[in-house]
Design a protein around this ligand. Sequence first.
Ligand code: CMC
Length: 433
Amino acid sequence: MLDQYFTGEKAEVRIGDQVFYLPIIQGTEGERAIDIRKLRSETGYITMDSGYMNTGACRSSITFLDGEKSILNYRGYAIEDLAEHCSFIEVAYLLINGMLPNIVELKQFSRQLNNHSMIHEDMVHFFDRFPPGASPMSILSSMVNTLCNFYPEMTDPLESFNITAARLLSKLRTVAAFSYRKSKGHPLTYPRHNLSYCANFLNMMFDSPVNPYLVDNVLVGALNKLLILHGDHELNCSTATVRIVGSARTNLYASISAGISALWGPLHGGANQEVMEMLEKIHREGGNYRKYIEKAKDPKDPFRLVGFGHRVYKNHDPRCRIIKKTCDEVLAALNMADDPLLAIAKELEEVALHDPYFIERNLYPNVDFYSGIIYRAMGIPTNMFTVMFALGRLPGWIAHWREMWDDPNTRIGRPRQVYVGPQLRPFVPIDQR
Ligand code: CMC
């Protein structure tokens, strides 16, 4: 219940000579909010906040994020600890269930994921009908939406929640790998029960009847870290989308499919693909990264330094630090430490971090800046990068959907607006227009 978070204090709103009092809420990490739900009924006013820059849409116990202090915790655990010590599956369990699994729970969860890793053979044929060059994000979103036809939920979606969540976690990975194999025209490699989540994914992507894939533990470890770091990020665009779609009591598959579509955008998850394209372009043009710094700073040029800036982080993105270190480790292990794209990325970062334009606006490299260099080293094609983001973000979306359903304070998401169109005017019949 929201009530336990009321501090008893009131914010005072003065409109003309009238004063209204609004309750104040405080979260467990000291974040404070003014509860404006009754503002309109009491004053006739709504609040304006395009882009929801300063709007709290729910209370949540999943992720705590302090963008000024570079803090990111899942369910009270520091992201640094989770990335260092956990498997992605452990973190997925944590995000969805609120606690880290013990050994028995983890084994049960892994077994459940294995049991649901295949997709219905009729669905496999869908891949044949996408045109060559179809976007893997479009395929992913369509396939996830279609899952509800093959695996219909029971009448009570919460009753079937665990099994639906397990299906999604396991099948999204299979769909992602199959979409890549189909795009190459290669035979499908099915999931294997004896491989870990990340090893299984890499094997489905790259195993071939003529050239068996040797699972590389360095790459498995790096993928594991990347997925954990993408696991949740509170009310970002795609998670807010999952919540708003789910608030209409839409089923989990369709809500996640909408989240995938939101993630696709270049200002959100699509940025990881754009970073790689930007680095490759700079490299092709002879490595003149300073030109791109100047373009990013030019108010008349729409170009932005992709992989830089964040709505919430006004300091270093803690995920980026870990990814940069992992990037160095992976490239060193693969004897690719002299990768020119890594060198360009580091130079761009160095210059930007000392440039007044970026300093004044608190623009730091974000989660997408270095991740693509690791994916590329794994052999994952650029147009699959945002699919990788979706794989990581999935447990967060699932956890938010569930939390929203369980919260008695949830109402259908329905923002207000200030109408600025024409006032009432007489109707004009078509022959007189
Ligand atoms: N390059 C150059 N200038 C920038 C950049 C950038 N990457 N990002 C923000 N700015 C400037 C912007 O022009 C504005 O300047 P001014 O005050 O002079 O008008 C100021 O910084 C504030 O930017 P904003 O657009 O108001 O900030 P926002 O919170 O609405 O947008 C953002 C956040 C992430 C969309 C934006 O920083 C951006 O477009 N970054 C590049 C795309 C990107 O890397 N996206 C991934 C985000 S992290 C992962 C995820 O969420 O999926």
